[in-house]
Design a protein around this ligand. Structure first.
Ligand code: GSH
Length: 208
């Protein structure tokens, strides 16, 4: 097994979290290098694209969160072998990446009014569009998992996004938007939250 070191911000979310979750659930040993946002200005230039997450594999750096998530999924047995199921897994992962890329800029808006307008626009258009597309994907694939009728890293990535939407951390985006619009996705959120390895992981995180 290669020596893995994952570097990402010290919070249990964002683009790094699905990778941590996949490695932890697959019992793949890795160094979980978490750093406080205050360290970022001095670290930024030392990363290849001035972004995180990055993973060192035997000392060599790999970038791009979905690449790292697929890699973690393959190591952990959480990425499909079948080409079509792999495409289903990738589609869900890239769909989350698309919508997250639209939401992230609002997190850095200093002007409250500008943030409110941007978030209300997202809640009126793009977020429902993406939620409904995910709901359709899920239904077409049997209603329980996003790929191959079994747990995969796509489920982790979708679960973490729907958890964020429901968390109340995103002012001006109604917390019940997932529940109101997408019942099958809401069930998916509950199903993945109850996966024993995930329950165990967050118990350990809470105690850390
Ligand atoms: N396409 C990249 C995007 C990475 C990205 O934007 N990372 C954010 C954190 S989630 C970041 O590094 N932000 C700090 C900055 O850009 O200064 C990926 O998927 O890994």
């Amino acid at each position: 097994m290669p020596k893995l070191k994952l570097t990402y911000f010290a919070f249990d979310g964002g683009r790094g979290e699905p990778i941590r979750l996949a490695l932890a659930c697959g019992k793949i040993p890795f160094e979980d290098h978490r750093f406080p946002p205050s360290d970022w200005p001095t670290m930024k230039d030392q990363t290849p694209l001035h972004q995180v997450p990055v993973m060192e594999v035997d000392g060599k750096v790999i970038t791009q969160s979905n690449t790292l998530l697929r890699y973690a999924g393959k190591l952990a047995g959480l990425y499909p072998n079948d080409p079509l199921e792999a495409a289903h897994c990738d589609e869900a992962m890239e769909t989350i990446e698309d919508i997250v890329t639209k939401i992230v800029p609002t997190m850095f808006m200093q002007d409250e009014e500008e943030k409110r307008r941007a978030r209300e626009a997202l809640a009126a258009g793009p977020i429902p569009l993406y939620l409904r597309r995910l709901e359709t994907m899920l239904k077409e694939r049997g209603g329980k998992y996003f790929a191959g009728d079994r747990l995969s890293v796509a489920d982790f990535k979708v679960f973490l996004w729907t958890r964020h939407l429901q968390s109340g951390q995103l002012d001006h985006i109604p917390k019940d938007i997932v529940q109101r619009l997408t019942p099958t996705l809401t069930e998916h959120f509950k199903r993945i939250s109850a996966v024993p390895e995930i329950v165990d992981y967050y118990k350990k995180r809470a105690a850390a």
